[in-house]
Design a protein around this ligand. Structure first.
Ligand code: ATP
Ligand code: MG
Length: 363
């Protein structure tokens, strides 16, 4: 039987079914308590090694293990916070020295990248019977804003977990299976896809599913030091307990319906040519002209390689001069838009709803 979502009664019934299927689909993909425990032990082990080189340093988790959007076997993003009182070494020097020590003292495969914009050490642990997927871990030296945007995403995840978390987790699985989730290969990071979902729920949906956390005024005075980092405004309303009590969206759409509309919006309605997604602003959209993000070619003199950095434009919520989607090439965007169209088409006319989440993913 083929279902057509055209009629609104049918659409509502189907979206309820789809919502249930999405919850069941996501549940077994969440990390287990055991996985969290192994990752925490790993973090502590690495921190003990780093402290020997840089006394007082701490390793803090960010990205999906800390923002509420982790899937089973996600990579671990760790940030090294140095004690300013005791640090005579540069980030690049530390990357090399700590990398050598980890290589010497653990089974990790170690790749230090001291010359990266933010120096990092990439670590991988091969699979074993007790760790069937191994561990992939990046340790960053510098880049405090990553901790702040992790807290912002966690704030959003806490406001409406059933809808935002389910949508983001499904979009992450979908984008990885459809091979459009790789900043290194010209497509978009999970962080970028998460911002697409937050923009959709905060600014496209009326009434909005989420409030704009960067525009809710503080209830207590905020000191200038805590509201800014490196000249960037990092304020957002982060009283999660109060938010959960106070925020109640007038939007009652189900996850299934929102997923369908999400795909349709990015397949048909979003203006890729002119618009910049800016979740921090009222309305959520700026123009590429206003940002000066038009024909911003990144040219590599040696290879005469040039690419348009702003084909897809997603302003970072705090580092507003930074396009989170700058890695997306012309081909990458073509593929991503093709995938939005494919998913939207599949949700429009489908066979059995209970197998739909997996149908949207298959090769
Ligand atoms: P996954 O589970 O796929 O690893 P994730 O939620 O950890 O997903 P990543 O894309 O790995 O998301 O990003 C982890 C963190 O790194 C983000 O929370 C963000 O702080 C930072 N980050 C990643 N990509 C970018 C980017 N293009 N620009 C700025 N910061 C980024
Ligand atoms: Mg990650």
């Amino acid at each position: 039987m083929t279902n057509n979502w055209g009629s609104s009664a049918m659409r509502s019934a189907l979206s309820q079914d789809l919502t249930g299927c999405l919850f069941s689909f996501i549940l077994p993909l969440l990390p287990t308590a055991e996985e969290y425990a192994i990752k925490e032990q790993t973090r502590l082990l690495l921190e003990r090694i780093i402290v020997r080189v840089s006394p007082g340093a701490r390793l803090t988790a960010f990205g999906s293990m800390a923002n509420g959007f982790a899937l089973r076997n996600s990579d671990m993003d760790l940030q090294c916070i140095l004690d300013p009182a005791s640090e005579p070494l540069s980030s690049a020097e530390l990357t090399t020295i700590v990398g050598d020590l980890i290589r010497h003292e653990t089974n990790f495969l170690v790749k230090p990248l001291p010359k990266a914009r933010i120096p990092i050490i990439k670590l991988t642990l091969s699979p074993t019977p007790s760790l069937p997927y191994g561990i992939a871990c990046d340790i960053g030296f510098g880049g405090q804003l990553a901790l702040e945007n992790t807290r912002l995403l966690l704030g959003y995840a806490s406001v409406d977990p059933p809808r935002l978390r389910t949508l983001v987790l499904f979009i992450k699985v979908w984008s990885k299976r459809r091979k459009i989730n790789s900043a290194y290969r010209g497509t978009l990071s999970s962080y970028g896809f998460t911002l697409l979902v937050i923009f959709f729920l905060t600014h496209v949906k009326q009434p909005p599913v989420l409030p704009n956390l960067q525009r809710i005024p503080p209830i207590r005075p905020v000191s200038p030091e805590s509201a800014s980092y490196d000249g960037r405004n990092i304020y957002f309303f982060d009283d999660v307990a109060l938010l959960r009590q106070e925020w109640s969206s007038a939007n009652t759409q189900s996850v299934g319906e929102l997923l369908w509309e999400f795909f349709r919006f990015y397949a048909k309605d979003f203006n890729y040519t002119h618009d910049v997604i800016s979740i921090r602003t009222q309305g959520g959209i700026l123009s590429k002209d206003a940002k000066g993000w038009v024909q911003d070619l990144e040219v590599d003199g040696a290879s005469e390689f040039a690419r348009d950095r702003n084909r897809l434009s997603i302003e970072d919520p705090f580092d507003t001069s930074y396009n989170v989607a700058r890695t997306v090439t012309a081909d990458g965007l073509y593929t991503i838009r093709g995938e939005f169209m494919r998913a939207s088409r599949m949700l429009q006319t489908v066979g059995k709803v209970d197998t739909l989440p997996s149908q949207v993913l298959v090769d």
